[in-house]
Design a protein around this ligand. Structure first.
Ligand code: ADE
Length: 243
């Protein structure tokens, strides 16, 4: 897979993507990631990338031209590698809400181009011209799209083969199958007067699985009734089944 990020802060994105699990996988060349400076594509001497909004209002709006030219160069580079035109996503607070389901869908693509806005917004015409979709990572407003693009890149890249040491790890975690994850414990057996649930020490795999499934269901029901409502109830683990 190849991911390109078009941004006014390529160093910020590059630094985050060079650390920890994603950084190690990048070094191993399990995927390609490239960060591009939109400002390099301005045509004016001042390298200005934004201007006042038509119709007035506060803040500045990013110009269409440098974003367009930057994306066209990225598309060309992808095609030069024999890849298809990348799936182009604009990170905006007005986009569709991001989810694990969306991460799984994007993880199937060969190449993605994530475009980060800044200031008060992006000239709508370049979004219309290029975007396959607009994504929001939540109902709050960030100062720019970079953190959102990094969230999307991280959640998609960790699903690529070889990135996680234990591929089964992500099959049981929160949101993978529509439930929140069950509680986890590690040594010591008693900490601060609190003991680990006895069943986890039993070595009885089937009972442990059933307990975990029940915990996941209970948590989802109380913490996230919105997710619980969507969960297919034929999958329910009941205490009756356990016996
Ligand atoms: N840019 C500003 N806020 C954002 C959000 N919530 N999601 C994606 N991009 C954004």
């Amino acid at each position: 897979m190849r991911i390109d990020i078009a941004t006014l802060f390529p160093q910020m994105c590059d630094t985050v993507m060079s650390e920890s699990i994603i950084g190690r996988a990048r070094k191993k060349e399990l995927f390609e990631l490239h960060c591009h400076q939109i400002r390099d594509y301005t045509l004016n001497k001042q390298k200005q990338v934004d201007d006042y909004p038509y119709g007035g209002g506060c803040g500045m709006v990013m110009n269409a031209q440098p974003i367009y030219d930057c994306c066209m160069e990225i598309i060309r580079q992808n095609q030069e590698q024999g890849r298809p035109r990348p799936h182009i996503i604009f990170m905006t607070a007005a986009g569709q809400p991001y989810s694990q389901q969306k991460a799984k869908e994007l993880a199937q693509k060969d190449n993605l181009l994530l475009v980060c806005g800044h200031y008060e917004g992006i000239d709508e015409r370049v979004i219309e011209e290029l975007a396959d979709e607009e994504i929001s990572i939540g109902d709050y407003v960030l100062t720019g799209g970079e953190l959102a693009a990094l969230v999307v890149a991280d959640s998609v890249l960790r699903l690529q083969e070889g990135v996680l040491s234990d591929p089964e790890g992500y099959q049981e975690e929160s949101h993978w199958n529509g439930l929140l994850e069950y509680p986890q414990y590690t040594r010591p057996e008693v900490w601060n007067g609190k003991a680990v649930p006895q069943i986890l020490l039993s070595g009885h795999h089937a009972n442990i699985q059933a307990w975990r499934q029940q915990q996941a269901q209970q948590r989802t029901q109380t913490r996230r009734p919105d997710l619980w409502e969507k969960y297919p109830k034929e999958n329910l683990e009941t205490s009756k089944k356990k016996k």
